[in-house]
Design a protein around this ligand. Structure first.
Ligand code: PMP
Length: 431
């Protein structure tokens, strides 16, 4: 039984009086699917409940962090203890920060040192500053459809909300800033080699989502990441893996562990904060030694490494470190993937399914999706109808074609099968 969205609609109206677009991050507004955002009352495991009393099986998971589900007991207990015995923030070092840093560094062979920040945006912005400071070069290469947060020079042909809302380059980004950012097609080494042939010596960094999840999910073609590694090494360009989404998501550590590629710098966020605001950037000692106060490249933060956020991160990584966790996540994700493919076949719809571990995506196109252009061939109106049909059946998906669905460890077989059933009905409805 669905209770409708009356209370959500009313709260959204009120929010829109005080907050631009009624939300604190654009995609939350459900604008691209032409729906009213659902206001959440609470979450428990894989289930969220809205203010009208509707419950949903959640595949957003706060856009990736909640790999353990909502209110995981280990995270809640650790947070409660921290609050009761320690406090929220000191702006002075605590032992907890070293503990999280050690867990992260031990998980990533390419990382010797790490600096904690408060968001993915801060991580990528700081990593680029560091790469520029380290190399003394200005230019940065990114890939079309990859999203690296909302720093000016990275908001160019970006994915996620910037893509969904059709704002490839936001007003407010001066041309002089955009001028140093070069955009290349993902999975295309030939174009990248041409760029390096021309201006390789001026390129400070290449930044890439090793598994892009912000134009929907697009797996790297075999050899692409290795080619990227070789090319950047040849030109002494800093290779930055933006693993804000993939870090501790596609396997313990991240995509660099899964594909066995060692970047020079890595950006993290989402999962390492266990649902609290955390980001991180780190890498080779030689480069990290340039970060202030060890070196001259400035970067700071009032709340960076605060005990609450770090505690949630430590508790999350300790759970994820248990043997068999990622196999379990893989089995759940494979079950959903297979079920959705059957549902599409039963509805006689030709769709494209991309998945890397617990990041899944169903594109409303029959053509393979390997980059930004092919992702854009998806029928977004059909996606919007599917999204709304699923929402009414109690399945909470990301409200855009150009996002991933995230499986959590708390999704049960029964919930996954219920999702597949809902997809069978929804895909038939929208056909
Ligand atoms: N990089 C990637 C790959 C991301 O997916 C995101 C957020 N979705 C960011 C950076 C920015 O992180 P945040 O929203 O925490 O600033």
């Amino acid at each position: 039984m669905h209770n409708g969205f009356t209370k959500s609609a009313s709260l959204y109206g009120e929010a829109s009086r005080f907050i631009p677009g009624g939300v604190n991050s654009p995609v939350r507004a459900f604008k691209s699917v032409g729906a009213t955002p659902v206001f959440i009352k609470n979450g428990d495991g894989a289930v969220i409940t809205d203010v009208d009393g509707n419950t949903y099986i959640d595949y957003v998971g706060s856009w990736g962090p909640l790999i353990l589900g909502h209110r995981h007991p280990a995270v809640v207990q650790a947070l409660e203890k921290c609050l009761r015995t320690m406090g929220t923030s000191f702006g002075a070092p605590t032992e907890l920060e070293t503990e999280l840093a050690r867990l992260i560094v031990e998980a990533l062979p390419a990382m010797d040192m790490v600096r904690l920040v408060n968001s993915g945006t801060e991580a990528t912005m700081s990593a680029i500053r560091l790469a520029r400071g380290y190399t003394g070069r200005h230019k940065v290469v990114k890939f079309a459809g990859c999203y690296h947060g909302h720093a000016d020079f990275l908001l160019i042909k970006a994915g996620s909300g910037a893509l969904t809302l059709g704002v490839p380059t936001s007003p407010g980004v001066p041309p002089s800033t955009a001028e140093h950012t070069i955009t290349a097609p993902f999975n295309d080494l030939t174009t990248l080699k041409e760029i390096f042939n021309q201006i390789g010596e001026e390129i400070a960094a290449v930044i890439v989502e090793p598994v892009p999840g912000n134009m929907g999910v697009v797996p790297p073609a075999p050899g692409f990441l290795a080619g990227l590694r070789d090319l950047t090494r040849e030109y002494e360009t800093v290779l930055i893996f933006d693993e804000v989404m993939t870090g501790f998501r596609v396997t313990y550590g991240g995509a660099q562990v899964l594909y066995d590629i060692e970047p020079d710098l890595t950006c993290l966020g989402k999962v390492i904060g266990g649902g609290l605001p955390v980001g991180a950037y780190g890498g080779k000692k030689e480069i990290m030694a340039q970060v202030s106060p060890a070196g001259p490249v400035y970067q700071a933060g009032t709340l960076s490494g605060n005990p609450l956020a770090v505690t949630a991160g430590i508790a999350t990584l300790q759970e994820l470190k248990q043997p068999g966790i990622y196999d379990e996540l893989e089995a759940k994700s494979a079950r959903l993937d297979a079920g959705l493919k059957e549902a599409a076949a039963a509805a006689d719809l030709e769709l494209t399914f991309n998945r890397v571990g617990s990041m899944l995506c169903m594109f409303f196109t029959g053509e393979p999706v390997t980059d930004f252009d092919s992702a854009c061939r998806s029928d977004t109106e059909q996606f919007a109808r599917y999204f709304k049909a699923m929402l009414e059946k109690g399945i909470y998906l990301a409200p855009s074609q150009f996002e991933a669905a995230f499986m959590s460890l708390t999704h049960t077989t029964e919930q996954i099968d219920r999702t597949i059933e809902a997809a069978h009905a929804s895909l038939k409805e929208i056909r």
